[in-house]
Design a protein around this ligand. Structure first.
Ligand code: ATP
Ligand code: MG
Length: 568
């Protein structure tokens, strides 16, 4: 490709709404352009990368035995009524209707559609197991679309759905998908981690997420420093930090804490460590208000709390008036003694003794509080965030934290959808049985942004070789005026193209400095600068985008040098 035949529109300025580097660089290179909130056009440059990612995904999915298909993006509302998921997805569903006022959703995911397809197509165990996938546009009306294509409203997902007679068969395909995802991200060339995950609105039992490691990642990943344990913070088990409860030593005392509204303030006023205090949060329950009790230095894990049967979903903190009605005080003074609602304590809290808590009376706290003697609880649950430095829940090593971008999520769904939608097969005994199901999502558009997030410097993108829009950039100095430069550049361009290498030749009439910085921004891995001075020695200048170290290479060998580099 010659730049004058291509659409290359780079920008110097960083767009104002682009908070993270990948978004900035995708706009500055002209890969994407914004149409509306969470809606982006993929320009030819961006599409070249996107299609490479897609192709790697397609090849690995095919190699795993999955079958590609394509379902409609527009889905009849009735299907979603069968599974009762309209509520779960809440505002994320884009509702549309046709001229006859029939209701549809633009698909945010395709469990319903595939299950409908399968219940009509598959009726015998002999047709199982089977794994279908598609690469398709989804729409989710995200509350806060942000970071460009990282969290957009319209995006491309690879989604696969497998069907089985038994859970064992599901486990086999799940493992194959785990391997396929590992292969895909390795081929794209990104550093990642596979972690235990919460199953969220999709449902089912086991699930794992694949995260590309990057400081800007929205997710916190907890992992053992010496073991294999790794989990999303949402899911990471937080162990009890106290093995057993010590016997009470202090007497219960009510103390005035007139100005102290936070745990920090109370602890410093009473001259105790935050680890000797507990905090009580009131949330909406399914039957009655629920008090969630944490040690003062711990934070509530909203996903874990929201998953409790006694807690209303989605999790909602009680407002001021509701707190007053339940505890008789403001949020800063709630405590566990004489609190009349369902009390859920964290595992560590259950083993605390002689602790400090609110007195359910404004401006007062209790010290020397002890379970059983002064207060009781109803349930002990893991409801807090695990913290760096704690023991890993599997007992191997201590927990560390990294930031991750979720690019894939694999689930063992079981028969949640097949039961709801009556997707059954006849088993070997001729009996009707609901199918076991797995689903496997991968964010194709997000993967491109994640790749940039992990591979850039202050000059621009540094494309991993397998997804670079072009492998080689030929940058002639003075192409318009020097016949010799033009001839050498055109010749190398023709020779490399004939080898099947993707080359971009910059034949624009621009200043050398401008051209160089444009290609640093664009991040093309191999850059060949052709100028009169090196040509005097029958040489060209070569540099790789990673280190940008120049070396002169003779014109005779540049072709084999490059093809060697690219194959390697
Ligand atoms: P997230 O927690 O980031 O919202 P999710 O759990 O909703 O993701 P899934 O339903 O598992 O995501 O979808 C599969 C994949 O689709 C995700 O792993 C992610 O890579 C991608 N994806 C999900 N939502 C978006 C979005 N709004 N924009 C771009 N990609 C997305
Ligand atoms: Mg989501």
């Amino acid at each position: 490709m010659r730049t004058t035949d291509f659409h290359l529109v780079t920008r110097k300025e960083t767009p104002q709404d682009a908070e993270i580097i990948s978004h900035q660089l995708m706009i500055r290179t002209g890969m994407i352009r914004k149409l509306g909130a969470g809606l982006y056009t993929w320009a030819p440059l961006g599409l070249r990368v996107l299609q490479k990612v897609e192709q790697i995904i397609r090849e690995e999915m095919n190699a795993s035995g999955a079958l590609e298909m394509l379902m409609p993006a527009v889905q009849p509302k009735e299907l979603w009524e069968e599974t009762g998921r309209i509520e779960d997805f809440g505002g994320q569903l884009l509702a549309i209707h046709d001229r006859a006022q029939r209701d549809y959703f633009f698909g945010p995911t395709h469990e319903e559609v595939i299950t409908d397809f399968v219940r009509n197509e598959i009726n015998s165990y002999k047709q199982l197991p089977i794994n279908f996938y598609q690469i398709q546009t989804k729409f989710r009306d995200e509350i806060r679309p942000r970071f460009g294509v990282m969290r957009s409203r319209e995006f491309i997902m690879k989604d696969a759905y497998s069907f089985h007679l038994t859970q064992d068969s599901l486990a086999v395909t799940y493992q194959k998908m785990h391997q396929a995802y590992t292969n895909i991200i390795n081929r794209i060339g990104l550093e990642f981690r596979c972690v235990l995950a919460d199953s969220g609105a999709i449902g089912g039992s086991g699930s794992q997420e694949f995260h590309v490691i990057a400081d800007s990642g929205e997710d916190a990943i907890m992992y053992s420093d010496t073991g294999d344990y790794a989990a999303n913070l949402e899911k990471c088990e937080a162990v009890s930090l106290l093995n057993e409860r010590a016997a009470p030593t202090a007497a219960l005392q009510k103390v005035a804490t007139p100005e102290q509204k936070t745990i920090e303030a109370v602890a410093s006023f009473l001259q105790v460590d935050k680890t000797s205090t507990v905090k009580t949060l009131l949330v909406e329950g399914t039957e009655q208000p629920v008090a969630l009790v944490l040690r003062g230095d711990h934070t509530l894990n909203e996903v874990k709390a929201g998953n409790l049967a006694v807690v209303a979903s989605p999790l909602r903190m009680l407002n001021e008036a509701e707190i007053k009605a339940t505890a008789g005080c403001d949020a800063g003074s709630i405590g566990v003694k004489d609190l009349h609602c369902l009390i859920v304590v964290d595992q560590t809290v259950a083993n605390m003794s002689d602790f400090v808590c609110g007195a359910n009376e404004e401006g007062h706290h209790y010290t020397g509080v002890n379970w059983d003697r002064d207060a009781t609880y109803d349930l002990v649950k893991d409801i807090r965030d695990a913290q760096v430095g704690e023991p890993s829940p599997d007992g191997v090593g201590t927990l560390q934290m990294a930031r991750g971008i979720e690019v894939g999520h694999i689930f063992q769904l079981g028969n949640k959808y097949s039961k709801a939608m009556n997707a059954v097969v006849l088993n070997e005994q001729g009996k009707s049985q609901a199918m076991e199901m797995g689903c496997y999502g991968m964010g194709v558009t997000r993967m491109v942004a994640a790749a940039i997030e992990q591979n850039h410097d202050d000059k621009g993108i540094i494309w991993p070789a397998n997804i670079a829009p072009f492998s080689v950039a030929i940058l002639p100095m003075n192409y318009q005026k020097s016949q010799r430069v033009k001839q050498a550049a055109d010749q190398l361009y023709a020779e490399l193209t004939a080898l099947g290498i993707e080359v971009i030749l910059d034949d624009r009439k621009v200043r050398p400095g401008f051209m160089m910085s444009d290609f640093e921004l664009l991040g093309i891995p191999h850059q060949v600068i052709i100028g009169d001075r090196a040509l005097d020695n029958d040489e060209v200048e070569y540099r790789h985008r990673v280190d940008m170290q120049s070396q002169n290479i003779s014109r005779d060998t540049i072709k084999s040098f490059l093809s060697g580099q690219i194959k390697a």
